[in-house]
Write a protein that binds this ligand. Structure first.
Ligand code: ADP
Ligand code: MG
Length: 543
């Protein structure tokens, strides 16, 4: 028996790291991701410029945008990017916060690993602390309703502070709050906001302060026929997801035509059918027709003759929004169109947007879908303003939905840290250390806010903690004046959901990464192993 022969269980070219090395490598990668976005946090955060493979430039300080554009490869790092994506999907803001907390939780876990505390103990402590954090946050949060306009406006402004929208943030905050209030609905006693009901359209070449809210939907389509009116007041709108055409021979059936009169008869027949279709539409009393499919030239002609405004080939998503804005019912069968299906709008109008012609369906009565036209001088500005406005809409919606908000500027994190530390004291054993480490990790937010503002993080944190010990629950950091401030009174307000979601996903990913003690990377057909190139300590090729 050849006992000394090495045994290979993996394919040639695959790599494997185990135990401590795997853990260290993963933690190092996660920390790197957090480090990358750290400098962008808060009103004084810096921006990043990302140049993609085709040379397009993005200037942003939006956490999730940065991480998505970076095309990260390391598997553990990718898990951190997922945290940002989840945060974006669930709340629409707080992506940098979530990533920074995840990085800090792992960094503190590393210190415990150094003290020979087993990863499962750390994971368990983190889970206990994360559960407690949810409870504490819910306790300290303040209540809001959709009528708390003043608070909601502060939420919107806080979301946009330090972003590209800075110059017009008052104006944009008003629009964001108005938009959310317009589309909010009560379902089974609960407030529901679907942010898809707020369509955002970008427009270059105008000042950001010229952004506006349309009580209705703007679509990138012109009217189909120049004989149609450019403006229709008191619009009665028919929405169709069926073509206003005669079905052409879809099968292979051929029509044999032997002499010119037959041809004429055929054409007459077709024209008659088209005229009938047009008449059906006209009979509804609609003066605007918006169609998801095509509209035949003949039908266009008859509609134009009646002074009807018609648009064709409109996106499905826009059709749905139009239905919600105008209270129309989308009709799928021409035979069944009825007056009751029509929706309404104050005005339907064709307008120039740059060098395109758009259709504005506006001044709707109590629309349940609206359009926010975001303006800015150049493409890069408009893009960043759009991201900021999306954050604001996400935050205001989250505040309205949950009815709960907290103060930002590090206030909620310091309070949370304090209360989790108190909780730790009620525990014993090694878990206590993990819960403490979790409490410490919360302080990364005020510390980073201070650092990014060029302030001394240690001084600031000491001051903040002493305020919280004096029961100033919302003591936070005034990053502009370099001192502590009651963040609630200062109007730095965020939805509770930002914090609960960020901590939940950060704790989950930290736990997940801590539990990994073996990384096996299969070879990727000759291109070498799919292992991260840099790691700490012993690399797999040294094993
Ligand atoms: P994220 O991607 O996590 O939302 P941001 O760059 O938007 O990152 O920064 C959010 C942080 O900035 C939050 O902790 C928030 O409380 C803080 N913040 C926002 N406005 C202010 C302000 N005026 N003063 C101090 N901190 C603020
Ligand atoms: Mg933010």
């Amino acid at each position: 028996m050849a006992q000394n022969q090495p045994i290979f269980i993996l394919a040639e070219g695959s790599q494997r790291t185990t135990g401590r090395d795997a853990q260290r490598n993963n933690i190092a990668a996660a920390k790197l991701v957090a480090e990358t976005v750290r400098t962008t946090l808060g009103p004084k955060g810096m921006d990043k410029m990302i140049v993609d493979s085709v040379g397009d430039i993005i200037v942003t300080n939006d956490g999730v945008t940065i991480l998505e554009e970076m095309q990260i490869e390391h598997p553990a790092a990718k898990m951190i990017v997922e945290v940002a994506k989840t945060q974006e999907a669930q709340v629409g803001d707080g992506t940098t916060t979530a990533v920074i907390i995840a990085g800090e939780l792992l960094k503190n876990a590393e210190n415990l690993l150094d003290k020979d505390i087993h990863p499962t103990v750390i994971a368990k402590g983190y889970r206990l602390a994360a559960e407690r954090a949810q409870k504490v946050l819910n306790e300290i949060a303040e209540s809001v309703t959709e009528k708390s306009e003043d608070v909601l406006k502060k939420v919107a402004i806080t979301a946009m502070t330090g972003k590209g929208a800075e110059a017009a943030k008052e104006h944009l905050a008003n629009l964001a709050v108005k938009a959310v209030k317009q589309v909010v609905e009560r379902e089974e006693g609960k407030l529901v906001v679907n942010t898809d009901d707020i369509k955002i359209e970008k427009r270059e070449g105008k000042g950001t302060d010229e952004s506006e809210l349309i009580q209705g939907i703007a679509i990138d389509k012109e009217r189909v026929h120049s004989g149609m009116p450019k403006v229709v007041k008191g619009a009665k709108i028919l929405l169709l997801d069926v073509a206003l055409e005669v079905k052409t021979t879809e099968t292979d059936a051929k029509i044999q035509i032997n002499d010119p009169t037959q041809m004429q008869a055929f054409l007459d027949q077709e024209e008659r059918m088209l005229k009938e279709i047009a008449q059906k539409v006209i009979a509804t009393g609609a003066n605007v027709v918006i169609c998801q499919k095509g509209i035949d030239d003949v039908v266009q002609y008859y509609l134009a003759k009646e002074g009807i405004y018609a648009v064709r080939r409109v996106k499905k998503s826009d059709m749905d929004k139009l239905a919600r804005a105008t209270s129309a019912r989308i009709v799928s069968n021409i035979k069944e169109i009825a007056k009751a299906d029509l929706g309404s709008a104050g005005t339907v109008e064709e307008e120039h947007i740059g060098d395109e012609q758009w259709t504005f369906v506006k001044d709707c009565k109590n629309p349940k879908a609206v359009t926010l036209i975001v303006t800015g001088g150049t493409k890069h500005v408009v893009d960043e303003v759009e991201r900021a406005v999306k954050d604001a809409i996400g935050d205001v919606s989250a505040a309205v939905k949950d009815g709960k908000v907290v103060a930002g500027a590090g206030a909620s994190e310091v309070e949370l840290s304090k209360r989790i530390r108190e909780f730790a004291n009620s525990l014993s054993g090694r878990e206590q250390l993990a819960v403490q480490a979790f409490a410490d990790a919360m302080e990364i937010i005020p510390r980073t806010l201070a650092e990014n503002a060029g302030l001394d993080p240690i001084d600031m944190l000491t001051e903040l903690k002493s305020q919280h010990d004096k029961k100033v629950k919302w003591a936070g950091l005034d990053v502009f004046k370099g001192k502590t401030v009651d963040a609630w009174k200062a109007g730095v307000i965020e939805p509770l959901k930002i914090k609960t979601q960020a901590i939940k996903s950060a704790a989950e990913v930290a736990e997940l990464i801590l539990r990994i003690d073996d990384v096996i990377a299969g070879s990727t057909d000759g291109k070498g192993p799919a292992m991260p190139p840099h790691g700490s300590g012993m690399g797999p090729d040294m094993m």
